[in-house]
Structure formats: C-alpha cells, structure tokens
Design a protein. Structure first.
Length: 94
C-alpha cells in the first residue's frame, strides 16, 4: 500500500473525513508535503516547532490536516525548511 493511500485511510478513520473538496485536498497536500520536507531535513516535529516559535502539537495538527495555519505560520515553516509556501501547499512534488 502506498504511503499516500495509507495516509488518506488513516485520515478518514481518525477525523471521519475524506478529501472531497478543494479545501480538504489543500490541507492534505500541505500535511503530506510538510511531513515529507521536515523528514527530508532530518527534523522532528519538536525541532521544527522550536525553529518557528510554536508547539509540537501545533505542528502535529498541521501535519494531520487538522489545522488551518495562518499565512504567517506557513511563511515561517517554509523559511525554516528552505522551501516556498507554494511548495508546501501545492499538490505537486516538493
């Protein structure tokens, strides 16, 4: 099973939702991209949280597609990970 398919199944089970709308898909894309880039950079959620001045649970919420981060938060995350905001929220590859 692919990681993306497993993520969607876990997400549906956890929050009782599926990516049926553009907004849901945007949150899921953000979640997948953020987690991928963070891991690629060798950072934990706690590491990233400290870099941007937030809490680890907040990073977990964003990576779990359960949060609606502000543009300011997205910019801080993108800056800390050395990517663009578009790379984080886009549905293409990072």
């Amino acid at each position: 099973m692919s990681n993306v398919k497993k993520f969607f199944e876990d997400l549906e089970r956890e929050i009782g939702a599926s990516p049926d709308s553009d907004i849901d898909e945007a949150f899921v894309s953000l979640a997948l991209n953020l987690a991928q880039v963070r891991r690629d950079r060798g950072l934990t959620q706690e590491d990233l949280a400290q870099l941007i001045g937030t809490s680890q649970p907040r990073i977990a919420e964003i990576e779990g597609a359960q949060a609606n981060p502000t543009l300011r938060t997205l910019a801080k995350i993108a800056n800390a990970l050395d990517v663009t905001v578009d790379a984080l929220v886009g549905s293409g590859t990072v």
